[in-house]
Structures are given as C-alpha cells and as structure tokens.
Design a protein around this ligand. Structure first.
Ligand code: NAD
Ligand code: TYD
Length: 351
C-alpha cells in the first residue's frame, strides 16, 4: 500500500483533467487531490466519469493564496505535486499580462515554498512542473527545440512560464527539492476551451461563424493529442530523473492554414455540408502581436531514456477530437456562457 497523496493543480482544466483521469484510474492506491480555482478555463464537468472514485477528491482553491496552500499541505500530508494550474492562453496574456504573472509565477512559487517547508526528507517526494515549449522562443523554417536550447520567451504567457521554470530549478539547486520539468508542444483533444485554435475553429464551423486566421496563416505548430501528453506525464512522474527536464512533442508540424483547411474538409463531411462550405468561412485578420513563427520539439531524450512514444497519429487524434466536440455541443455551449462573449468580442471585433 503506497501512502502517496498527490496534489494535481489545474485538474479541472484541459490537460489537467486528462492527467487526473489517468492517475485516478491507473493508480487506485494513490490519493489524488485535484486543486483548481475554477477560473473560466476550469470545468468540473470534464471529470464527471471519475468524480465518485474513492481515491479522488476535489478542492476549490487558488494557488496564489500562500496560507491556504500551506494549510493544504499540512492538512492532507501531500507527498507529491503535479503542477498544471496556470493561465494558459497567449492572446489573453496580451490583454492582461499581470494575471499571468500572478498565477504562473507567484502561484508556482507558493507551491514550491509549501513543498520546501513541509517535506523534511525530500528524497521521498516529487515536485513535477508542467511547462511549455514556448519558453524556448520561436524557430525559423528549420531546427528544433532541445532541452538545452536557451530560453527566449517572447509573450507574457511564455515569459511567465519561463520564469516559473527557472524558479522551480532554483529550488532544486538551492534546497535540494526533487523536481522534474516537462516542456510540451501544442496539445489538442477533448475538453480544450474554445479559445485555442482547434476547438475555436470547430465551434465556429458548427455555428457557421468566421474563422479568424492570424496574419497569413503560415505560422507552424507541433501538435500532440492530449491523452498522449497525460501518459507522458505519468511516465516522467514515475521514471524521470530528479532535476531533469524532458521535452514532449508530437513530431507533427502543421502550418495553421493547412491545419485549418484539413479541419474544414473533415467538418464538411461530418456535418453533411457541401465541399468548400467551411473553407468559405476563413477570414484573414490582423496578426497576433509578437506572433511566434514556429515551434518544433525534439523529444528524442524522452523516447530514448524513458521509451516513450505517442499512441495516436494525427489522423486518429483529430478524428477523435472532432467527434468529441460534435457529440458534446452542450459542453461547448456551457463553457461559452458567462464571460466568453465579452472576451470574444474584445479579441476579434477590432481585427
Ligand atoms: P487550461 O487553461 O485549460 O487549464 C488551467 C486550469 O488551471 C483551469 O482549470 C483553471 O481553473 C486552473 N487555474 C488557473 N488559475 C488558477 C489558480 N490561480 N489557482 C488554481 N487553479 C487555477 O490550461 P491547459 O491547456 O490545460 O494547460 C495546463 C498546463 O499545461 C499549463 O501549465 C500550461 O502552461 C501547460 N501546457 C499547455 C499546453 C497546451 O497546448 N494547452 C502545452 C504545453 C504545456
Ligand atoms: P493557440 O491555439 O492559441 O496556441 P499557441 O499560440 O499557444 O501556439 O494558437 C495556435 C496557432 O493558431 C497560433 O499560431 C495562433 C493561431 N491562431 C489563429 O490564427 N487564429 C485564432 O483565432 C487563434 C486562437 C489562434
């Protein structure tokens, strides 16, 4: 019987909900505490299938509240942390950078501080910080991000994540905290909030609304199915070396415009619309400020050292994703209620 009590932060969000599910179902002997502030991006309906499991508990709370975090560590005798809670959307970081500094920098520092204060024999514990490839900056047409690539964040989002990565590393070097970091490429899949490219465009195609392509749509992203990310996190949590960083990626680069055209074709077929209907919604709009041109991950360290490989191809992953959104249109409407319309018009009306 393992006495692990794992605090997963941000477990009501997109990636966090898949990580919580993976751990709750695979490790009945672990106690999984899901801590989430339930911001616009957090949604407990992402977890209805596992909410009654004996080894699962949800706690609503804010990682920026240090006293609350400290008391949580004491009360629940937390042994490990998998930290995903964050403000995660680049466009919102352009509208409101300070929210990103608060949650991503101060919130992460609070969790580190509580771990350092409450873990006496650090070798029995693990602090896993989930980060992004965007900390490495932007690539031109060639090259890949390696774990050794110098950090060069260029948006308030990526700068806040880079800062938090650095603070995590500093707690390892200075206080011997057993940390591990992963930097992953763009995720897609069920439960992603319809502000990111793929779910936003699926939702707009369903509603026959314009598809706002930034600039010329030539920017390139490397896409990974979210469940493959969750499985990589499981592997790194259990087998990753303390102090190490692992890149995670799909080796699956798409220019935005090619990806959008693929989505349009698939959606026309699924919705029984005429060929070309969805593509006619494409609207080229003013580019994102400071738009990073290309992200591409070299994940050979993870593949070689920990024998990781994604299960989904892009073909199977994108089919599953589209089918999930088509089958869960109530979920889309639910998360788009509230402040979404305000955000949407602020983001897109002047482009
Ligand atoms: P998300 O926005 O879908 O979810 C974030 C979750 O964190 C939400 O449930 C939200 O309620 C919660 N949260 C926000 N502020 C909080 C606070 N102050 N206290 C407690 N909870 C708070 O994000 P996501 O896309 O699932 O990303 C999760 C993590 O993975 C982030 O750290 C992100 O940087 C990282 N990441 C994301 C991607 C991607 O493609 N989405 C890729 C690589 C890494
Ligand atoms: P996004 O999903 O926001 O992820 P990130 O910026 O973190 O990579 O955007 C993916 C790409 O799609 C990025 O190059 C910006 C572009 N994009 C658009 O062209 N239009 C949109 O409405 C959105 C949200 C993104």
């Amino acid at each position: 019987m393992s006495a692990k009590t794992i605090l997963i932060t941000g477990g009501a969000g997109f990636i966090g909900s898949h990580v919580v599910r993976e751990f709750v179902l695979k490790y009945p002997e672990y106690h999984i505490l899901n801590l989430d502030a339930l911001t616009y991006a957090g949604n407990l309906s992402n977890l209805t299938d596992i909410e009654d499991k004996d080894n699962y508990e949800f706690i609503k709370g804010d990682i920026v509240d240090l006293n609350f975090i400290n008391e949580l560590f004491i009360k629940h005798e937390i042994t490990d942390v998998i930290h995903l809670a964050a403000e995660s959307h680049v466009d919102r970081s352009i509208l409101n950078p300070l929210a990103f500094i608060h949650t991503n920098v101060v919130g992460t520092s609070n969790l580190l501080h509580a771990a350092k204060s409450n873990w006496s024999n650090t070798s029995e514990h693990k602090f896993y910080h989930v980060s992004t490839d965007e900390v490495y900056g932007s690539l031109s047409e060639t090259g890949y991000f390696l774990e050794t690539t110098p950090y060069d964040p260029r948006s308030p989002y990526s700068a806040s994540k880079a800062s938090s990565d650095m603070i995590v590393r500093s707690f390892a070097h200075t206080f011997n905290l057993p940390i591990v970091i992963s930097n992953c490429s763009n995720n897609y899949g069920p439960n992603q909030f319809p502000e990111k490219l793929i779910p936003l465009f699926i939702s707009n195609i369903i509603d026959q609304k314009p598809l706002p392509v930034y600039g010329k749509g030539e920017n390139v992203r490397d896409w990974l199915y979210v469940v493959d990310h969750a499985k990589a996190i499981d592997l790194i949590f259990h087998e990753g070396q303390p102090g190490e960083t692992y890149n995670i990626g799909g080796e699956n680069e798409w220019s935005n415009i090619d990806l959008i055209k693929l989505l349009c074709q698939k959606m026309d077929t699924k919705l029984g619309r005429n060929k070309g209907d969805s593509e006619s919604l494409i609207t080229f709009v003013k580019d994102r400020a400071g738009h990073d041109f290309r992200y591409a991950i070299d994940c050979s360290k993870l593949k070689k050292n920990l024998d990781w490989a994604p299960i989904e191809t892009f073909e199977t992953g994108i089919e599953k994703t589209i089918d999930w959104y088509l089958g869960n249109q109530q979920w889309i409407e639910h998360v788009k209620s509230g402040a979404y319309q305000e955000y949407y018009s602020q983001q897109y009306s002047n482009r």
